[in-house]
Design a protein around this ligand. Structure first.
Ligand SMILES: C=C(OP(=O)(O)O)C(=O)O
Ligand SMILES: [Mg+2]
Length: 571
């Protein structure tokens, strides 16, 4: 048995066989062949195997993911039957007397380059289909297995170098019991999604894909951040016991589902949930969320090949507002960028995507896209208690521009005869240090703040939230971060506004005592953290936490702060 250390990204324990989701090695040499006929036959049988495999994948996708996802594989099957692609490959094998791998790759590359250069979205998509299909046929020619996650039909632990948010969204919860990755941090979006999907995960192990083979038995300990490879029967028994205790604990917390979130000395705070799609609502209700503190609307735009229409967006926003039955719902406008990409926007690659053309910066420039979203939101506003929030605000001017556009769309809708709520609060995410420092000025104009510590910490400490090598600098408890959070809360209260937090820090048991003491009004977190947080808060005394926070602000290091919290909050 061996084990790997990583970052505990999503709590819980999972035990299952490993399923590697890694890029296969499809390298080969160009060779001449003596018997071209035989080589063509080899190519044809790889083609037939690929088709058979794709048919199974398509049927599975149809069952599990719906017709639109299945259509992708129909397109791949069409490519494999297209004589315009297949004949030139066979001709090349015969005339150039080259191995099937070379004939396939060279012909496919020629078509890919040709289609990609066309100024036509449809042809660009065909290029992507050819690239995918070529990989599959090559894998059969080379006898290399490629991962087919949609065909997983038994309980597995996914082993990957990294998972993008859209990879994560496609994991089938029924079979995927946990995952572990080489890279990533606690606030990478795949980790955040794992928490809302209640899939135990350990990220940033550096070595998972090197050490774990397909079929190895793996334990993912998402509580301690450990991954055990081929554990002993004793270790398995211990972990099963650990898993049982965790489930008992959850059953205890579940008793608080209909309770308010109140400290031992009677101070009420709001515990809200972060969601990515209307599907997450079920988890919010089951975990007793008092509202939605962050609806990450960018997931509506992902896993598809064009922008969602106003109507599609309207339906999603309406579903969330109605589903929350009048409780507050803070919807964040599109925050694309960083680790959340939208390939169909064809944005140029950037050196520093987290510091680049993203979120509100993109929306203020691509106004059609922004206005469509705002219209959908405004139209949905009459179905519940909507609050709108702009992401990545760095200057007052950005906020004013965003608000002016929102106001214009509101007036247009009203003059068209649409109903729009007239009490929509408009707030901002505080993710950029300049905004925290200028919070007093912002507080005069915004209706609320929500501190996005996932980004605020990375920008304050200059430590990439995705990079496990600098994760030691990613310090939520650093007094520098606490001081910025205090500036935001104090500025809001001075103007009679409320301050929330929707970064992962809001659901962290070491941070909660400090945030209570600093006077945070709303804590928004993964739905699965709410009940535990409610239980913790019910045992804390606001007055004591104020004294703790005051001391922490003047400490020298994050370690000193953690020590003080442990003593004061009995962790
Ligand atoms: C909540 C935040 O936004 P995201 O994690 O989507 O960047 C944040 O930055 O804290
Ligand atoms: Mg952010």
């Amino acid at each position: 048995m061996s084990f790997l250390n990583g970052i505990a990204a999503s709590s819980g324990i999972a035990i299952a066989k490993a399923y590697r989701l890694v890029e296969p090695d499809l390298s080969f040499d160009r060779k001449t062949v003596e018997n071209a006929e035989q080589e063509v036959e080899r190519f044809q049988s790889a083609l037939a195997e690929s088709k058979g495999e794709l048919e199974v994948i398509r049927d599975n996708a149809h069952k599990e993911l719906g017709a639109d996802k299945a259509a992708i594989f129909d397109a791949h099957l069409l490519v494999l039957s297209d004589p315009e692609l297949i004949s030139p490959i066979e001709d090349k094998i015969k005339t150039d007397k080259v191995n099937a791998e070379s004939a396939l790759k060279e012909t496919a590359d020629m078509f890919i380059t040709m289609f990609e250069q066309m100024d036509n979205e449809y042809m660009k998509e065909r290029a992507a289909d050819i690239r995918d299909v070529t990989k599959r046929v090559l894998s059969h020619l080379l006898g290399v297995q490629i991962a087919n996650p949609s065909m997983i039909a038994e309980e597995v632990i996914i082993i990957a170098e990294d998972l993008t948010p859209s990879d994560t969204a496609q994991l089938n919860r029924q079979f995927v019991k946990g995952f572990t990755t080489d890279i990533g941090g606690r606030t990478s979006h795949s980790a955040i999604m794992a928490r809302s999907m209640e899939i135990p995960a350990v990220v940033g192990t550096k070595e998972s894909t090197k050490q774990i083979k397909n079929g190895d038995l793996v334990i993912v300990d998402g509580l301690k951040g450990l991954v055990h490879i081929n554990p002993t029967p004793e270790a398995i028994a211990e972990y099963k016991e650990e898993h049982r205790k965790f489930e008992d604990q959850k059953a205890e917390w579940a008793k608080l589902v209909n309770e308010k979130s109140v400290t031992a000395d009677g101070h009420h705070v709001e515990l809200a949930a972060n969601i990515g799609t209307p599907k997450d609502l079920k988890g919010v209700v089951e975990n007793g969320g008092e509202g939605i503190g962050l609806y990450r609307t960018e997931f509506l735009y992902m896993g598809r090949d064009q922008l969602p229409t106003e109507e599609e967006q309207f339906e999603s926003y309406k579903a969330v507002l109605e589903g929350m039955g009048g409780k507050p719902v803070v919807v964040r406008t599109l925050d694309i960028g960083g680790d959340k990409e939208l390939p169909y926007l064809n944005l140029p690659k950037e050196m520093n995507p987290f510091l680049g053309f993203r979120a509100i910066r993109l929306c203020l420039e691509e106004q059609d896209m922004f206005r469509t979203q705002l219209r959908a939101l405004l139209r949905a506003s009459t179905y519940g208690n909507l609050k709108i929030m702009f992401p990545m605000i760095a200057t007052l001017d950005e906020f004013r521009q965003g608000k002016a556009i929102l106001e214009e769309e509101k007036q247009k809708l009203i003059s068209e005869g649409s109903q729009v709520a007239d009490n929509i609060e408009i707030g901002i995410m505080v993710e950029i240090p300049s905004t925290a420092v200028m919070a007093e000025q912002f507080a005069k104009e915004v209706d609320f703040f929500s501190v996005g510590t996932n980004d605020l910490i990375q920008y304050t400490m200059a430590a990439d939230r995705m990079n496990e090598r600098v994760s030691y600098l990613y310090q939520p408890y650093n007094p520098a971060i606490l001081r910025l959070v205090k500036m935001v809360i104090d500025a809001a209260h001075k103007e009679g506004k409320w301050a929330g937090m929707c970064g992962e820090m809001a659901g962290d048991e070491t941070a909660i005592p400090l945030l209570l003491g600093l006077g945070l009004d709303e804590f928004s977190m993964s739905a699965t953290s709410i009940l535990k947080a409610r239980s913790q808060i019910s045992h804390l005394n606001k007055k004591d936490m104020e004294a703790l926070a005051e001391k922490a602000l003047h400490m020298n290091t994050a370690e000193e702060v953690v020590q003080a919290v442990k003593e004061a909050a009995k962790l």
